[in-house]
Design a protein around this ligand. Structure first.
Ligand code: 3BY
Ligand code: FES
Ligand code: FE
Length: 416
């Protein structure tokens, strides 16, 4: 019998350029380390300010054994707290959204202000010091309407790079002034790393995503030029020209387009952004590539502003002139991953008048379902005794390999 490898040994056993060994997707100890390192010690996106549009709105998100309450307080500030009562530790809110006056623990009714201060605790005596029993706050950074948290005592400082990069790109869209037109949750039958790897390439797009590829240019995430025939060369030339033309025209309008990539293991807060050209009319990720919502986001006047995408290590976001799609995952078990998607439109847009919700959500609803099926067959295949790590394409899976390398490096940085 061969000895069981440690998590670190499994990481070291990966051949450069090859997929991860099977056990990294299935073992409970690996899963627990993953949740601890990547979801409790790194910054993660857990919502949008539109989850809590008014003071008193709360949105509770469970991440592994931790649970956080996102609250909009009386001063209109978005705060997050550990969802743990300071009395005997009961959960204060169940996962999901609510509107409240105060945060009241259901067990013995300890009552907290929306800013976390303990207001009332009956039968604790006159000398009881309320001040040190406020809810524990969680590191929170709201970047252009995207709510990031870090559950570690000390949060990685390089969230500042993401913030500096994204603020000017997101500011014109005023995502703080949006509403959630639709929200979806899928539980995918696969390890969270396979969900991320699947998202980091468009190698699979042509064969599996007819709706997405109507709007998306797969070349953005790589292609193999040496395999192209004459027609392929022509379409590559037109892709390049389209990119150059849009870039010139966006820059003229002061719209930032340059890619920024922070994907190497020395970076704790992984991200990538770029203003991507879209196919067809180039307006939006909709079936006809035109805006789904006629009331544009923020101060937008131009419909063909492309797709400002933002990748993090646990999600992907697309911001267009008329709507934004925010997607993030939460690992549930080694082989189950929750993927949550929110479609945001201008807060003043009226359903049925300014947008049709089915039109708005159709591309990503189809894409998410297709991706879930791909993740399921990938996970299942990696658990077959016949699986052995396979080679990544160096032309179109460079970001998948980059993710695997980042994953390894970050675990090493946390002494796994
Ligand atoms: O959603 C995304 O960002 C990625 C890019 C390539 C495939 N996938 C759609
Ligand atoms: Fe919350 Fe007792 S556990 S009031
Ligand atoms: Fe996909």
């Amino acid at each position: 019998m061969s000895k069981v490898k440690s998590h670190a040994e499994l990481l070291r056993s990966r051949q450069p350029g090859y997929t991860m060994p099977s056990e990294l997707f299935s073992r409970q100890d690996v899963f627990e380390n993953d949740v601890d390192v990547f979801f409790h010690k790194h910054w993660i996106l857990v919502g949008v300010s539109a989850d809590v549009p008014e003071p008193g709105d709360v949105s509770t998100v469970d991440i592994g054994k931790s649970s956080v309450i996102i609250v909009r307080d009386e001063d209109n500030e978005v705060r997050t707290f550990r969802n743990v009562c300071r009395h005997r530790g009961a959960r204060i809110k169940e996962a999901g959204k609510a509107t409240i006056g105060k945060l009241v623990c259901p067990y013995h009714q300890w009552t907290y202000e929306l800013n976390g201060d303990l207001l009332h605790a009956a039968q604790m005596g006159k000398d009881f010091d309320h001040k040190c029993k406020g809810l524990k706050s969680v590191h929170t950074k709201v970047v252009g309407g995207l709510v990031f948290i870090c559950l570690a005592n000390e949060a990685p400082a390089d969230i500042a790079t993401l913030e500096e990069t994204m603020l000017p790109r997101l500011a014109p869209y005023q995502l703080e002034n949006t509403k959630i037109a639709y929200e979806a949750e899928i539980i995918e039958n696969g390890n969270w790393k396979l969900v991320m790897e699947n998202n980091r390439e468009c190698y699979h797009c042509a064969g599996t995503h007819p709706e997405l590829t109507t709007t998306f240019l797969a070349e953005d995430f790589g292609y193999c030029e040496e395999e192209l025939d004459e027609a392929g060369q022509q379409s590559l030339a037109s892709y390049r020209k389209k990119n150059a033309d849009y870039k010139a025209s966006w820059e003229k309008d002061g719209l930032i387009c340059e890619p920024v990539e922070k994907l190497t293991p020395d970076v704790a807060t992984l991200f990538r952004t770029q203003r991507l050209v879209m196919a067809g009319h180039g307006e939006s990720q909709t079936p006809d590539t035109k805006v789904a919502c006629t009331k544009l986001l923020g101060n937008a006047t131009r419909k063909d502003q492309g797709d400002t995408h933002l990748w993090t290590h646990s999600g992907w976001n697309h911001v267009m002139s008329d709507h934004a799609v925010v997607s993030y995952l939460i690992p549930l078990s080694p082989d189950k991953t929750l993927v949550r998607t929110k479609w945001l439109v201008n807060a003043d847009a009226v359903e049925g008048v300014d947008y049709d919700v089915n039109n708005l959500i159709s591309v990503w609803t189809a894409t998410n379902a297709q991706d879930a099926a791909l993740v399921a067959i990938n996970h299942s295949g990696t658990q077959d005794p016949g699986y052995e790590p396979g080679p990544y394409s160096k032309f179109s899976e460079q970001y998948v390999e980059g993710f695997a390398n980042w994953y390894t490096g970050r675990l090493e940085a946390h002494n796994i």
